[in-house]
Design a protein around this ligand. Structure first.
Ligand code: SF4
Length: 163
């Protein structure tokens, strides 16, 4: 049975910057019951606390952060890039250790966003792009789905059956 690397907040862990949880259900609840989920919060793994100031990728994209041409800053202007890079590395290590079949990450996060992230101006505006951990996982050949794509992930892993 293929494992799934998942954003810890999607698996019900209280790790978000604001300390709140995300309700779980549907496929995620089933995969949790099956013991498929390997959870990681890249920001906490990288050394950031709970709660923490919201952060955004600024001056470029997640690939730019990996290539050291962009940074991640929090709303107070602190450079938190190193924590984001460290968290991405830990997530990839976990993915490899457990030989996951794919990953399921939380949309819009500067670490975990899959298709959309905030624009770096803390204006609540979204732009196409991924978070730092997702860019690192994808660069290393791991397929990443968002929480809005659980049916696609189920098909990808050939989970079968109804919810
Ligand atoms: S970094 Fe990822 S796992 Fe951690 S709270 Fe943000 S979206 Fe959830």
């Amino acid at each position: 049975m293929k494992k799934i690397l998942i954003s810890a907040c999607l698996a019900g862990e209280r790790v978000r910057y604001d300390g709140k949880t995300v309700p779980i259900g549907g496929w995620i609840e089933r995969w949790q019951t099956e013991g498929r989920l390997i959870s990681v919060c890249p920001e906490v793994a990288g050394g950031l606390g709970i709660p923490r100031h919201p952060a955004e990728i600024t001056g470029g994209t997640a690939l730019g952060v990996l290539n050291q041409t962009a940074v991640v800053t929090d709303i107070r202007g602190n450079d938190v890039t190193d924590a984001f890079i460290k968290g991405a590395a830990i997530a990839l290590d976990l993915a490899r250790t457990h030989a996951v079949g794919a990953a399921l990450f939380k949309e819009k996060s500067p670490s975990c966003g899959v298709h959309m992230v905030y624009n770096g101006r803390f204006s609540s505006d979204l732009v196409p792009g991924s978070g730092v951990t997702v860019a690192w996982l994808e660069r290393n050949g791991i397929r990443v789905f968002s929480e809005n794509e659980t049916d696609e992930l189920a098909a990808f892993l050939n989970c079968g059956g109804d919810l």
